[in-house]
Design a protein around this ligand. Structure first.
Ligand code: HEM
Length: 639
């Protein structure tokens, strides 16, 4: 009888031993790191270090204040007083980002990305030679010509969203009050099996014209009804990535002629040209379960960072396993369907490897590129089926949330800067939209939209000021390294240095948004949305090691050892520009100036209303069909 008791004590003893061993090693490593020589801000808590204040840094200009007080490189404290490097020194950042395989993402970030759907074989997680091979295989799906071939999908979904918004901009009696709608949503959420990924609310609209008691929607009838554009854009961008990436119709947006445009997505009919054999919401639902659980943050999440063993224990394991199984099954079905099509095409062409990806119809979407790689005879071009499955979930996760965040913030910037919005609309109206529907006319329209200078400035400025990913993390995996700095700095030991010494396992935060909006680099008005700045940029911006447009939004531009910048940036730019083109020509957006919008980080940056944190992420904008906004409604509010 004593045996089970003894067994229990042994397990407890082993657990204590494991945790103590890890904890002591951590404390020793932290105590020895050369990072301790760097200046640091006061740490409010031994256990949490500066992490709590960092959680809200997008709203408090924390990095800017720290840089002013401490110089361009400093350490903040993580869990149990751990040292973590932050640098705004552009030479140091160039070094770290260019040597991506020496400075990968820390394991706890990779684990959470893998859990968030990417799996351990997804491009965003793998390292070294595997990453190099996968990146080489996937790159053809993201060339300028391939993205151009996806334009009809971007235009179609944007049109669908435009119709939904125009439908919502109908007389007020069609629009439920916020309280009424919210109650319905809560009831629906409790009964539905589909909770929309990444949005705490389904689309709703506030009653216009009357103050509703929350300070929202009561700005007079002239502004038009108020809708949560974040929720609608999330649906639209999910539809885009499903169709453009994998030929999968999520049907998250209702069709233009759905009587009540704010109905839940799962009630809407299938609208794709090529109906999907799968239930439209099955994959969305599975994805939502996994994504939501992976972004769930708790005390246990903190412990998992330090004790890798605990990462095996998952919140809601059974539900997660079922969701994973659904994703795997649908992924396999999609792969199998496309495999048959690709094989038929190869047989018709009489070749296994000889199909020119730019010429084939099947070569134009991501899944075809992936499937062809599983069929090729060349080892360097091959991907296994499980790798392909991981890419499907990786691209779903990486491709829709980021773009919906970017579009939401762009509409916010334009709704709070009516002059820029009017100017952009006027520029967009110069484009001749009378396409005959032929592919050559869509190509021409695409070319005009992509080349429009003011649209380009607006998009650059929005991606600069509202980067959807505000920070990322890296860990040094070389035994030791000296990170060169453009500016010398004086350590806590009084010694002046021109490089930062780091050791294996030292963690680094890359402050993407802080660099994008640094007054030192961009000038005093760096935090203002001013598209005109792109006419003449300050020379210092040339030193920013960004892939695109002197900003760090898509990360690095000059890889020396590993290319980890965003592979989908052309996809995102095309989608954003086409959506703006379609939406702004038809709809005017404005915002209740009494509302204060703040940023919330949960993988990507999303807006919420400061006075309504209980309503979660949202961006309530007033919408009207173009031409109905009277001139006295035009303000020049700056964010
Ligand atoms: C505005 C939209 C987007 C932004 C701001 C963005 C930003 C980023 C950033 C910052 C990274 C680097 C993350 C890190 O290493 O820490 C990244 C990587 C990645 N992005 Fe994007 N992204 C966007 C859109 C997309 C789209 C549309 C796709 C796919 C269709 C995509 C696919 C990926 C993938 C697969 C990676 C991993 C690349 C690698 O590690 O080699 N992204 N993205």
């Amino acid at each position: 009888m004593a045996y089970p008791l003894l067994h229990g004590w042994s397990i407890l003893f082993l657990a204590v031993l494991y945790f103590s061993h890890h904890f002591i090693l951590l404390l020793i490593r932290q105590h020895r790191t050369p990072l301790r020589r760097l200046p640091s801000p006061p740490s409010p808590s031994f256990f949490m270090g500066n992490l709590s204040e960092m959680h809200d840094m997008e709203n408090t200009r924390l990095i800017e204040r720290w840089e002013r007080a401490l110089g361009r490189s400093w350490v903040y404290r993580g869990f149990f007083g751990g040292y973590r490097l932050i640098t705004t020194d552009l030479q140091a950042l160039s070094h770290i980002l260019a040597h991506a395989y020496d400075y990968p993402k820390p394991d706890f970030i990779k684990d959470s990305m893998a859990a968030m759907a990417a799996g351990y074989e997804g491009l965003i997680v793998v390292e070294g030679e595997v990453h190099k091979r996968q990146r080489k295989i996937l790159t053809p799906a993201f060339t300028a010509s391939h993205i151009k071939s996806l334009a009809p999908i971007f235009f179609d979904v944007a049109e669908q969203l435009k119709n939904v918004l125009l439908n919502l901009a109908q007389p007020p009696n069609l629009v439920p009050s916020p309280t009424q709608k919210r109650e319905e949503e809560v009831a629906n959420d409790m009964h539905d099996d589909f909770s929309f990924p990444n949005s705490n609310s389904n689309a709703y609209s506030y009653s216009n014209g009357k103050a509703d008691g929350n300070g929202v929607g009561g700005r007079g009838e002239e502004r038009g009804p108020c809708v949560d554009v974040l929720s609608w854009l999330s649906r639209a961008t999910l539809d885009v990535i499903g169709l453009a990436g994998f030929g999968y119709a999520f049907n998250a947006l209702p069709t233009p002629d759905t009587p009540n445009a704010s109905s839940n997505a799962h009630n809407s009919p299938n609208t794709s040209d090529k109906p999907s054999p799968h239930s439209s919401n099955e994959l969305a639902n599975a994805f939502s379960v996994i994504f939501t659980a992976a972004t769930h943050f708790s005390f246990f999440t903190i412990l998992q960072v330090w004790f890798p063993f605990l990462r095996r224990f998952q919140h809601n394991k059974a539900v997660m396993n079922q969701a994973r199984a659904t994703m795997q099954r649908i992924g396999l079905e999609l792969i199998e369907e496309r495999r048959c099509e690709v094989i038929a095409e190869m047989e018709a062409a009489g070749s296994r490897d000889g199909i020119d990806p730019d010429k084939t119809v099947l070569g134009k979407d991501l899944l075809s590129v992936l499937v062809r790689s599983s069929l090729t005879t060349s080892a360097s071009q091959q991907m296994s089926i499980s790798e392909i499955q991981c890419q499907i979930s990786t691209f779903l996760a990486a491709g829709y949330d980021t773009t919906s965040s970017a579009l939401t913030w762009t509409l916010y910037a334009l709704a709070t800067n009516q002059l820029a919005q009017s100017r952009l609309r006027a520029a967009l109206q110069t484009i001749d939209s009378t396409t005959s529907g032929s592919s050559s006319s869509t190509d021409e329209l695409y070319g005009q939209v992509m080349a429009l200078p003011y649209l380009d400035w607006v998009v650059r400025e929005s991606l600069r000021l509202h980067s959807p990913v505000s920070t990322t993390m890296r860990v040094c995996m070389k035994d030791t390294d000296i990170i060169p700095t453009a500016e010398t700095w004086v350590g806590r030991d009084g010694v002046e240095r021109s490089g930062i010494e780091v050791r294996k396992h030292d963690i680094i935060t890359v402050p993407i948004q802080a660099i994008n909006a640094s007054k030192r680099i961009w000038g005093e008005d760096a935090s203002v949305f001013r598209p005109d700045r792109w006419e003449h940029l300050p020379s210092g911006t040339n030193d920013i090691p960004g892939l695109y447009s002197n900003i760090l939004t898509f990360l690095n531009g000059n890889p020396i050892n590993g290319h980890r910048a965003c592979i989908g940036y052309r996809f995102a730019l095309a989608e954003i520009k086409i959506f703006l083109y379609v939406l702004l020509r038809a709809v005017e957006f404005s915002m209740d100036p009494s509302l204060v919008v703040e940023k919330k980080t949960s993988v990507v940056i999303r807006p919420f209303i400061k006075s309504e944190p209980h309503l979660g992420n949202q961006l309530p904008l007033h919408i009207r069909p173009v031409g109905e906004l009277s001139s006295d409604m035009v303000s020049t509010t700056m964010p």
